[in-house]
Design a protein around this ligand. Structure first.
Ligand code: ASP
Length: 364
């Protein structure tokens, strides 16, 4: 055997042997990087970040823990995805406002362009989760999943539901099946379209429902099963994703009807500079005669009036119990008052034309 070749091949073998662990490590790292898609959690507060002053008692304060603590509290999350967190706000969602929405939406759309990130999770209080979710659905450029989640029990509670909700939300956010189907809400193993989800119970873990539509799917310990038949993919993002997220949103109020309702709330809304009013009407979006007349007068003055219903499910269609054509109203169709308010705010950034705004509502 040629000594040089032997030495040479021995050296080569030695070099290879020395390099192997590095190569293997690099390969493993590459594999891990490939196996762990990037997720950014945008935290806004809520019960999921809530702490009880006295453990074991029902009282607690929303938005007490940082996003880092939320991430650390979820076993197995770092195996599922490469997760990082950003604190957008730390408030109870009863205090959610346009400024936080705009900040959140702009960050979501920046992340949409980041090739290292597969999906976005937003942690949020459950009180207005459905409104923020719908807002993001309307403005997110997509197609990466934007998944909102929260919890009904504070982080310090016995059997807190936040960690599993967050785990499941991250799992949905990295699932290719969740791409291009609009913003989603994950709560208690259910996956909802944010455009349809509604909070239905003050305290139950099973509080979210989708009374006018089905689930987007279910998610069990990180395994997402989309509903069948699958929903149509959106090539583009939300209806308003073709324009920059606006700097401010127009003022839109919700006015309720009830037995003996008068005109005072409509008068107050108009005096406060309302650009739009949503009627949380009785039944099929109806109200007392004085209230309807006051709303019609407001519509004639250029305030856009949308008729929705306070009953919780069903469709408010045009010209059924009321003559919307004559009264100058928009019918909210499937949207409840709080969701109708969000759509009307966004629609008003583009137009005041009642017919055009009606078309937006018919699309939902
Ligand atoms: N009030 C709380 C909030 O919306 C309730 C919750 O998160 O469940 O922030």
């Amino acid at each position: 055997m040629n000594a040089t070749r032997t030495l040479g091949s021995n050296l080569l073998c030695a070099a290879l042997a020395a390099a192997l662990p590095f190569a293997a490590a690099a390969q493993a790292a590459q594999k891990t990087a490939r196996a762990r898609p990037g997720v950014i959690i945008l935290a806004t507060g809520g019960t999921i970040a809530g702490a009880q002053p006295k453990p074991g008692e029902a009282g607690y304060r929303s938005g007490s823990f940082s996003v880092e603590s939320l991430i650390q509290a979820v076993p197995g999350l770092s195996q599922l995805a490469s997760v990082s967190g950003e604190q957008i706000a730390n408030i109870g969602s009863q205090d959610m406002n346009d400024a936080v929405w705009i900040k959140l939406a702009r960050r979501v759309n920046e992340i949409q362009k980041d090739p290292s990130i597969a999906g976005i999770v937003v942690t949020h209080g459950t009180d207005t989760l459905e409104e923020t979710g719908f807002f993001l659905d309307l403005v997110s450029t997509g197609p990466k999943p934007v998944v909102l989640t929260g919890s009904m029990r504070p982080a310090t509670a016995v059997s807190a539901d936040g960690p599993m909700n967050l785990y499941n939300a991250v799992a949905v956010a990295i699932d290719p099946e969740a791409r291009g189907i609009g913003a989603l809400i994950v709560m208690n193993d259910d996956v909802f379209f944010a455009s349809e989800a509604v909070k239905t119970n003050t305290t139950s873990l099973q509080t979210f429902g989708s009374p006018n539509g089905g689930l987007a799917g279910i998610v069990n310990y990180g395994k997402f099963r989309p509903a069948s038949p699958p929903v149509a993919r959106r090539v583009r993002g939300g209806v308003f994703s073709d324009m920059p997220v606006p700097d401010t949103l127009p003022r839109v109020f919700i006015v309720s009807s009830h037995a003996n309702a008068g005109t005072e709330m409509v008068d107050a809304a108009v005096a406060a500079g309302a650009k739009g009013i949503v009627l949380a009407g009785v039944g099929d979006g109806n109200g007392t005669a004085p209230l309807i007349q006051a709303l019609s007068a407001a519509a004639r003055k250029g305030v856009v009036v949308v008729r929705s219903s306070r009953v919780g499910s069903g469709v408010v269609a045009r010209n059924v119990e009321l003559d919307d054509d004559k009264l100058g109203f928009v019918a909210a169709m499937e949207l409840n008052p709080q969701k109708a308010r969000v759509l009307l705010q966004m629609a008003l950034t583009r137009t005041k034309d009642v017919a055009q705004i009606q078309r937006y509502f018919e699309a939902y």
